[in-house]
Write a protein that binds this ligand. Sequence first.
Ligand code: DHB
Ligand code: FE
Length: 281
Amino acid sequence: MARILGGITTSHIPAVGNAIQKGLHDDPYWKPFFDGYPKVHQWIQDNSPDYVINIYNDHGLGFFLDRMPTFAIGAAHEYRNEDEGWGLPALDPFPGAPELSWHIIESLVADEFDITSCQELAVDHGFVVPMQLFWPGAPHHPHMPKAVPISANTVQHPIPTLNRALNFGKALRKALLSFPEDAKIVVLGTGGLSHQLDGQRAGFINKDFDQYCLENIVHNPEELTKITRQELVKQAGAQGTEFLMWMMMRGALGDEVTEITRNYHIPISNTAAGTLLLECA
Ligand code: DHB
Ligand code: FE
């Protein structure tokens, strides 16, 4: 049976993709951000996952406002990336794992999660920037795991509740643990922390709220389910709703986790950048 090794979260800011492309890791602006990743690289090298479940939010590349699935799961052999207009070169396709995708889809639908299965899915910066951060050179890293993308709607209201996100993660855990292959799986949650890109509050960041989320998500994620969606937008900013992805990831890890590393740095572009690595018992 498959094993869940742990979960890793990171912001997925497009400017990070540019910094990677230009090799700015030691630049004074970028260093405090990139310093959060060597411990993650070491852990990945020590644990060598076979599969990565990449929980992200599509921003308009895979889905648009006319068709907006609340939860979507990729079930393709590969996932192509495209030019979104951020000035980033499109990466080569990422290898998929359709057998694991369909297993997850079967299990989630049996558990009454109504999801959209996607036999074709273009993946945006929410998916690819974290892959580049965790597996440098992705998708051509020598130990690149096969990927299953899971996207949740944070773009068009109504978005899922934090409770729904956590429960989705718990159902995902059940699905992964019943995958009949002796495989090692890592779960990503990408996006966040607080940020707002548009409107009068553009540039809004809330350090106190971010710290509250970081503290509780490790050992007390249920506490965070008390936050309403309206409160989340107010406290984290319009795009800080991406914290839902962290909750989905956390639900998949089970009760017992060990924190391996965390990093928090503000700002990177318009965002409070957070990274967290939790290992499963
Ligand atoms: C930024 C952050 C995001 O989460 C995103 O999807 C796009 C841009 C930013 O801070 O620039
Ligand atoms: Fe985003």
